[in-house]
Design a binder for this molecule. Sequence first.
Ligand code: WAQ
Ligand code: MG
Length: 284
Amino acid sequence: MDPNRLYSIRMHASAGEKHVSGAERIVSGERIDRTVNALIARAVSKSCKPDRITVNIDCIESVAIRNLTSLDLVTIDAPDATTGRQWAMRFLEETGVSPLAAREAIALLTKGPALSGKTMRGAMILDAEMGNRLEPDRERGVRTSRFDWSDEANKKISRLLSEAGLTHFRTCEALALATKVASAPGIIAELCWSDDPDYTAGYVASRGIGYVRFPYLKEHGNDRGGRAFFVRHLDFDRTAFIRFLEEEPALIADVGTCGTPVAPGDISNLCLNRNSQGSNRTTC
Ligand code: WAQ
Ligand code: MG
């Protein structure tokens, strides 16, 4: 492997039909061994033991890599899932998602958005106005893939997140994923919360509002979760959107800000600040 080139490494582990673990990195040639070992260690550390682990290693053409700056992160300290979801709705509306579409996304993530009524492996695509679903496969959804932090950016964001008390690997990974999604052609916003019953946090994200995280978007013990990508239906090119998310490599080489938590009572200040910095929406 060429030490001067970048490689996309993707790991997927399963037990029978069941998805057990998945993760991916973008690294230079000399770090492939180490990275593959770490990804396999992660797969076998799960309580559900995989019977199949696949690792794909693809060389990336350097001209094709997109460099991104991670979204600015802010935590809204809403004390429970009911309040968290109310504020998540308000922030979605701030980005241009209709109340109808926001409600529909929350209802779908609450019940399990796959056709079978379970959690999906990937995300739903929703029309930001009417809330109807646009992804081709409603069981699997669309997967965001081929993204990572550069070494430098990884060090910086790890420091910023740990200073803010956000040390869980999920936050760092979700921030990277949301950063790539926020650059997709036709995207308006994303809504996410985990399907892990022990992990209650979630977020609303867009290039304009950044990564707005909520400690609770569901109750502890609930195993339903997922992602909704809201898109502008008019002139939406689904093929280009999915190609961007699944195939085009993106490296996060610069790091946005990581703000101190905001109490729900202080949110109007937050929005006013944003509005004075260029947004012309004043809904929040
Ligand atoms: N692309 C699209 N959708 C995905 C992907 C992906 N690569 N990975 C997961 N999903 C969908 C899928 O439906 C999962 O069920 C759902 O998202 C949740 O995935 O502290 O950990 O890996 O700021 O459980 C958000 C808050 C945590 C983090 C998200 O997601 C924080 C999380 P999980
Ligand atoms: Mg999960």
